[in-house]
Design a protein around this ligand. Structure first.
Ligand SMILES: *Cc1c(COP(=O)(O)O)cnc(C)c1O
Length: 430
């Protein structure tokens, strides 16, 4: 993202996330161009719920995994036919509500949900026999048309069901008169570097789809697959030729015997490049010969996949303060100092980067962490030390920067003073 925009964003205070909605929209469009318009893109919103509205416009659907995510979709006005209701824990009360088409939780802030009787989500995943029983009983009660259900195949963990269970469910499909088993779902994990692993998974799915067709005479129309595409975050990682990777992936899809429709669930790959995090240097010092720079953010807000923080150097930019604003220069380092960048938590683990070579870094300067659009905003350990939640801004060329969530204190969560939030909500609604 443009430096001027980030400087402007920092005017609302740091630390802050800035999410580029235009870049996110373009990324979905580009992915569809390379893969082909016949491949559907489903945005896994857990990667970053602040892209929900844009995803509803640009993607073919959203993967929604909790009542909270569902409430976000309702407030964003996501049409129900774009929602795939998923998740390892499908709460009975919530499923009952949404299958019945009753607008549910979250109506207190922003738009109310749809009126009673309006349709619920288009498609549901089923991850267990009890989820199937729940969906069947809710659908029977709602007396609408059968629910479209994707049976989730496990990848050897707590998610989904194994092949034998799936085969037996389809064999006993008459026991589920209100469910229509339209598809299979499969997602085995994120940051897959090797295309070989993806190809093996597609082969396994293809074999299972063939068995369902040949042995059970059941036509599975849809495969919803989460490829878990890799995003390089660190210096020294080989860059990915994304277009070539996607074209190669399309060729692997074409090689399948399965000829039904294919939907891709993607989170990180779509969102990661579309966000930056701006944090300000609040102190510098030298301890036992090591140059330290303390920033107002930290590991509570910055999160990269499977990476012991500070082992490698991520995509980072230095924004010097334009004019000295009278910050005391505690420590004037030499040229090309190797900085250890630490955050504001009281743990030696709060180290963002080790040995970051920077010239002329001063208190008051800003550091920008790029490629932070996925998971950082949802996976941060936000409550630690009762530090505040960063502000969140979105950017669109047409409308510019928009503050979508001001910095929020966490201390009311850490001592139960929830009156604070009640007052905040009242103020928002008035
Ligand atoms: C998280 C998740 C995804 C998205 O994974 P990425 O690696 O971020 O693309 C897709 N499908 C399911 C079921 C998920 O839980």
């Amino acid at each position: 993202m443009d430096i001027q925009i980030l400087r402007q964003a920092a005017g609302w205070g740091t630390p802050a996330y800035v999410f580029d909605l235009d870049a996110f929209a373009l990324r979905i469009r580009h992915m569809k161009e390379i893969l082909g318009q016949d491949i559907k893109i489903i945005y896994a919103m857990k990667a970053n719920p602040f892209f929900t509205r844009t995803a509803a416009q640009e993607a073919d659907g959203l993967e929604v995994c909790s009542p909270g995510e569902y409430a976000i979709c309702q407030r964003a006005g996501v049409p129900p036919e774009k929602i795939v209701l998923s998740g390892v824990n499908k709460e009975a009360a919530h499923i009952r509500e949404v299958v019945g088409g009753v607008g549910s939780c979250g109506a207190a802030v922003g738009n109310p949900g749809p009126a009673a009787g309006s349709p619920g989500p288009d498609t549901y995943t089923a991850e267990s026999l009890s989820q199937l029983a729940l969906l069947e009983s809710c659908a029977a009660q709602a007396q609408g048309s059968p629910l479209r259900v994707l049976l989730r195949l496990t990848s050897g963990n707590q998610f989904g069901m194994d092949e034998e269970t799936i085969l037996s469910v389809i064999q006993r499909r008459n026991a589920y008169p209100h469910l229509h088993f339209t598809g299979l779902q499969y997602y085995s994990g994120t940051q897959k570097k090797q295309s070989g692993k993806i190809h093996k998974e597609l082969e396994r799915l293809d074999a299972l789809l063939a068995r369902i067709r040949d042995e059970l005479q059941h036509e599975i129309r849809e495969l919803e697959y989460g490829p878990g595409f890799h995003i390089p975050y660190f210096e020294g990682e080989s860059p990915v030729d994304e277009d070539a990777m996607l074209a190669n992936f399309r060729a692997a899809l074409d090689a399948m015997a399965f000829k039904g429709s294919i939907s891709l669930e993607a989170g990180r790959f779509l969102a990661a490049p579309c966000g930056s995090y701006v944090t300000r240097v609040v102190d510098t010092k030298q301890n036992q010969g090591q140059d330290y720079c303390i920033v107002d953010g930290g590991i509570n807000h910055v999160n990269y996949y499977g990476q012991a923080m500070a082992m490698k150097i991520p995509a980072i930019r230095h924004l010097p303060q334009s004019i000295s604003q009278g910050m005391p220069a505690d420590h004037i380092p030499g040229e090309n100092t190797q900085w250890t960048v630490c955050g504001s938590l009281c743990t030696s683990g709060d180290m963002l980067v080790k040995n970051l070579p920077l010239s002329g870094l001063r208190t008051g300067d800003m550091l920008v962490f790029d490629r932070i659009g996925a998971y950082a905003v949802t996976e941060g350990i936000y409550l630690f030390l009762s530090r505040g939640l960063p502000a969140v801004l979105t950017y669109e060329r047409e409308t510019g920067l928009k503050l979508v969530r001001g910095a929020l204190p966490t201390s009311p969560i850490n001592d139960g003073s929830i009156q604070y939030f009640e007052d905040y909500i009242k103020k928002e609604n008035s």
